[in-house]
Each structure stands twice: as structure tokens, then as C-alpha cells.
Design a protein around this ligand. Structure first.
Ligand code: AMP
Ligand code: ZN
Length: 400
């Protein structure tokens, strides 16, 4: 069932009601239904979907889009059971001094500069603030005697294939290529290359096959470096910080949801007990820091944003086995929360797929603690405002 709205928009009644716990998940996936969609909203009751388009569409196009939307809802919703959310920490009642969105002030101070959707440069105050949090994450790494690694920004397609990334998160991939090694192609490009509406006008045939992508995560690189090896020390703690890339389409939103962001991880490789124990110790180690900071947040079970077809099964599996806990900081200006980090356990998935073993021949288990650096800073500023006089003294003293 749909209703036309001068063909610039479309109201859809989903054939299956979208339960409250899936409203956000479905809404974010609607971005990938059709290139014409620039805004997608699901009402809180899950009974109504509204889409806005870049231009008026033909009736036949509306019919096609409606069918695709119904397919998304059906695949994500049918047969789902509301997961039991396990809350490990709840400090949402902490009172913080700010309840406005810091974004516009950050723009006017020159603290954020948007190069394109989801791509930002950060100024000195934000850089120092992120450095303050980095020092804390580095002391967490030091606590575990984590060894430092530096990982590339690029990742080979065949690596992501090996860990089923293409099935799980196809929508968020970012592909990398270069000109074909052909003098005519390169000369032609050098002479003719130009941008029209932000896009290169170059013929796609000038580009080579895609063998490489921009990396969506940090810890994968460690697992690939360990592939085929036996962990003679039985366990490994490592740490690294990297640029990560997740294309979030129309969901890209200031520092909250970026295409290019930075992640600090502390990574554990070893037996099941080793990984689970250390993931829990890491959480306990971080709690006093967040308390000192006065951050309003909670830590609770969560799932990764799997794509439509994979969503139901994978998300249910993750929550049933408590594989992922998110640190969700309050965003008072929105009366909502934002994941600033996660405590993850991958069971022996990477050990099995990449043939990384313990000395008894069994596959290693892995886990990681991941912090999104821009989001940590953003959530802090959303709670404390941009005036350092209102910040907790530990932050003010470091940043000034
Ligand atoms: P994940 O591996 O999905 O748990 O991501 C770890 C952390 O990275 C999240 O808790 C966020 O803080 C951050 N993060 C993930 N996706 C984005 C994004 N699109 N923009 C900014 N930060 C992100
Ligand atoms: Zn990780």
C-alpha cells in the first residue's frame, strides 16, 4: 500500500509491522534501496515509512521502490524475536552541563571542516581532545602489555572475501582502483580528467580491476598477519590505531556517522578463556575512567549492522551469545545514545577461517576493544559543550 505525494515522496505502510527494536535498523537500511532516496524515516510505531526523493519519479518507479522496501522489511523483520538486552553498566543518570548539538559551533570555530559527505578535517581543539582520549586508551593497552602494530589503510579484496565480509556488510564497502597501465589511458586521463558534480568524468574502462578496498576495521589486519601460524606463546595482546572506512550513504551525519573515521583497538588472541576474561577486564578498567570523566553512558549487548539478508540470523546469534557489548554515550540534544566503543568477542571465527592455531592445534579465539575516536570526542562535547571552562579538570588541563 502506498500513497503518492507529488511523486517527490512516498508513504508506505509496511506489510509487516516493524517492532520497536528494529525501527532504527530498518530505517538505516532504507538508504540502500534506491539511489533516488535522500531521506528515509520509519515512525516509532513501525507502521509507517516515509521516503523523500531527489526528483519526482514515475509511477512505475514508485511501484518498484515500494516492492523493494517491502522486501527489506520482510527480510529483516519476519520471524524476529526481540533480543534480551543485557546491561553491564548504566550511568545514564549522570548529570552533564550541555544539551545542545555542538556541531554548528565546531564549524564556526573552524574545528571541523567537511571535505565531502562523511569526510572531515579536525582542528586543534578536537585533535587535542582526541589525543587526551588516546592517552587513556594507550594506558589500557599498556595495562595488558599490548604490543604495538601499524596497519595499512588498504585491504586486499581476497582478505575480506576470506572472512565473509562481502556477505555481511556489502553496503558499506569502499573500493579502490587506479588507472590501467596503458600509456594511452594515462595520457588521456592527464589531458582530459575533470570533475562534474563532484565526480570524475573518466570512463570506467580506464580503471583497473578492483583488487583492493579501504579497510573497514583494525583487528582484521592482525589476524591476516597471523594466518596459517601457530601461536607458540598461547596468547597475544596487541594494539593499533587506524583509519577505517564504512560508507553509510544518507545516514552519514557530522562526527556521529562518518565515511572515514579513526579507531583505536586493543586486540586479544588466544584461548576462549583468555579472550573472554581480558575483554571483561578491559571493561572494568575503563569504568573508573568514564566515571572520572563524568560521562553519561551505558554498556549493553548489541549487534553489528549486518546487511538485510544476513541481518536476522547474524544479529540474533551475536546477541544470544553476548558477542558484542557497546559503550553507548548519551547525546542529550537528541535524547538518544551513540556507540563510542565496543567490547567484541569473535569466538574462533578468525582462527578457523584463517587457520591460526594454539599449540594443541585448536583454532585461536579472538576479541577486541574498539573505540571510535571522533565519536568519543563528539559525545563528550555533546555532554559538556565546547567551552573548556565547563569541562572536567582532567580534560581541561590536558587540552589547554
Ligand atoms: P564496531 O567495530 O562497529 O563496534 O565499531 C567500533 C567503534 O567505531 C564504534 O563503537 C564507533 O565508536 C566507531 N564507529 C563505527 N562506525 C562509525 C562511523 N561510521 N563513524 C564514526 N565512528 C564509527
Ligand atoms: Zn576489532
Amino acid at each position: 500500500m502506498f500513497k503518492f505525494e507529488d511523486n517527490y515522496g512516498l508513504d508506505i505502510t509496511p506489510r509487516i509491522k516493524i517492532p520497536g527494536h528494529l525501527v532504527g535498523e530498518v530505517q538505516s537500511k532504507l538508504a540502500y534501496v534506491d539511489e533516488q532516496i535522500y531521506k528515509a524515516e520509519v515512525d516509532t510505531l513501525g507502521e509507517h515509512i516515509h521516503l523523500d526523493f531527489h526528483q519526482p519519479l514515475e509511477q512505475s518507479e514508485l511501484v518498484t521502490i515500494e516492492a523493494k522496501v517491502q522486501r527489506v522489511v520482510e527480510k529483516m523483520v519476519q520471524g524476529t524475536i526481540k533480543p534480551k538486552i543485557v546491561v553491564l553498566e548504566n550511568h545514564m543518570d549522570r548529570v552533564t552541563p550541555n544539551n545542545t548539538d555542538p556541531t554548528s559551533e565546531l564549524y564556526s570555530l573552524g574545528e571541523i571542516y567537511q571535505e565531502a559527505d562523511g569526510i572531515y578535517s579536525l582542528g586543534p581543539m578536537l585533535s587535542r581532545l582526541i589525543d587526551f582520549f588516546e592517552q587513556q586508551f594507550l594506558s589500557l593497552a599498556k595495562f595488558f602489555n599490548a604490543t604495538p602494530y601499524r596497519f595499512p589503510t588498504l585491504i586486499p579484496a581476497k582478505y575480506l572475501e576470506q572472512v565473509n565480509y562481502f556477505q555481511a556488510f556489502p553496503h558499506s564497502l569502499t573500493f579502490v582502483t587506479h588507472l590501467r597501465e596503458d600509456l594511452d589511458v594515462i595520457d588521456h586521463f592527464a589531458e582530459e580528467a575533470s570533475c562534474k558534480e563532484d565526480s570524475l568524468t573518466t570512463d570506467m574502462g580506464s580503471f583497473d580491476k578492483i583488487q583492493t578496498l579501504l579497510s573497514p576495521a583494525v583487528c582484521y589486519h592482525l589476524y591476516f598477519a597471523l594466518a596459517g601460524k601457530t601461536l607458540t606463546n598461547e596468547s597475544l595482546a596487541a594494539t593499533s590505531v587506524s583509519n577505517c572506512f564504512r560508507y553509510e550513504s544518507i545516514n552519514l551525519d557530522s562526527l556521529e556517522r562518518m565515511w572515514n573515521f579513526t579507531m583505536r583497538e586493543v586486540i586479544f588472541v588466544g584461548s576462549k578463556d583468555y579472550v573472554l576474561e581480558n575483554r571483561e577486564i578491559a571493561r572494568q578498567e575503563m569504568e573508573p575512567f568514564f566515571e572520572q570523566l563524568g560521562l553519561a553512558y551505558r554498556v549493553e549487548t548489541a549487534n553489528d549492522p549486518f546487511f538485510i539478508g544476513e541481518f536476522r540470523k547474524q544479529a540474533a546469534f551475536q546477541s544470544a551469545f553476548q558477542l558484542k557489548f557497546e559503550i553507548r554515550a548519551s547525546l542529550p540534544f537528541k535524547k538518544s545514545t551513540l556507540a563510542i566503543g565496543s567490547y567484541n568477542y569473535h569466538q574462533d571465527f578468525f582462527g578457523r577461517n584463517l587457520n591460526i592455531n594454539l599449540s594443541d592445534g585448536s583454532p585461536v579465539h579472538t576479541g577486541c576493544v574498539a573505540f571510535g575516536l571522533e565519536r568519543v570526542a563528539f559525545a563528550f562535547l555533546a555532554q559538556y559543550g565546547i567551552d573548556p571552562n565547563n569541562w572536567p579538570s582532567i580534560v581541561r588541563e590536558y587540552v589547554n
